[in-house]
Design a binder for this molecule. Structure first.
Ligand code: ATP
Length: 221
């Protein structure tokens, strides 16, 4: 008997995306090819306005910018899962929920090298790393090493750095290290530049539709 549902390979990419930039989008496009993904989903995080000293931009604006930036990319979408909860959530809870929503699919959770090096600060971090597949993407200025994680986690690592063609995935969930993306940009730099120059000059770092949105709503001034 054939199953009606074939296993999909879906990547989820959590972050603040304040704003989404070409580094984030390049990660999505590269990983779709490298891992043969069916879908790549951005999950903007909720930030309680009263809690953060950094005062992130409203979730509505961050969601809108992500939607505009991905509107013409059929395999890439934006989820409201974290924004809908209207409170900051641990990745552990989000991943557990995603596993319940997609019980038959293969879930890849994506993070940059800086997040990986900070992973021990995450709530139930070791369990997070055991829940699903993970993809750790290189980021200029950050190393990817394994000294800070336990032996159990280290045994899950598959180092595919140097690989640019479609990688065969293992049967069990793993933590993949890839350097297929090299994009030196950060949202902090973009915000700082706008604050300083009162205009968004970084046309190579931010998609045109996002730049227009930032101008229209006078964000980051
Ligand atoms: P900020 O500078 O405000 O911290 P950011 O550019 O790191 O923002 P986030 O939304 O915080 O963007 O990042 C979401 C995820 O994307 C994180 O896991 C981060 O490590 C990763 N990431 C962001 N930019 C890059 C990049 N240029 N290369 C690789 N990973 C990146």
């Amino acid at each position: 008997m054939t199953s009606l549902h074939s296993t999909q390979r879906i990547a989820f990419f959590g972050g603040t995306f304040d704003p989404v930039h070409c580094g984030h989008l390049t990660i999505a496009q590269t990983l779709i090819k490298l891992f043969g993904l069916d879908e790549f989903v951005f999950i903007p995080a909720f930030h309680a306005p009263h809690k953060s000293h950094l005062k992130p931009t409203s979730g509505y604006h961050r969601f809108a910018m992500l939607s505009l930036a991905t509107a013409d990319k059929p395999q890439i979408s934006v989820s409201t899962l974290e924004l809908d909860h209207a409170e900051s959530r641990y990745s552990f809870d989000t991943l557990t929920e995603l596993k319940n929503i997609y019980p038959n699919d293969r879930i890849f959770f994506v993070m940059g090298a800086d997040s990986w090096m900070d992973i021990r600060t995450w709530h139930r971090w070791e369990e997070v790393l055991m829940l699903t597949d993970h993809i750790v993407v290189s980021r200029p200025g950050y190393e990817i090493s394994c000294d800070h994680v336990t032996q159990r986690v280290q045994e899950r690592v598959v180092d595919i750095r140097g690989e640019t063609k479609r990688v065969p995935t293992q049967s069990n969930p793993r933590i993949y290290f890839t350097d297929a993306v090299h994009f030196d940009v950060s949202a902090t730099e973009i915000r700082d530049d706008i604050r300083q120059d009162d205009v968004l000059n970084r046309t190579d770092d931010v998609p045109d539709v996002v730049a227009k949105y930032v101008e229209k709503y006078e964000l980051y001034r």
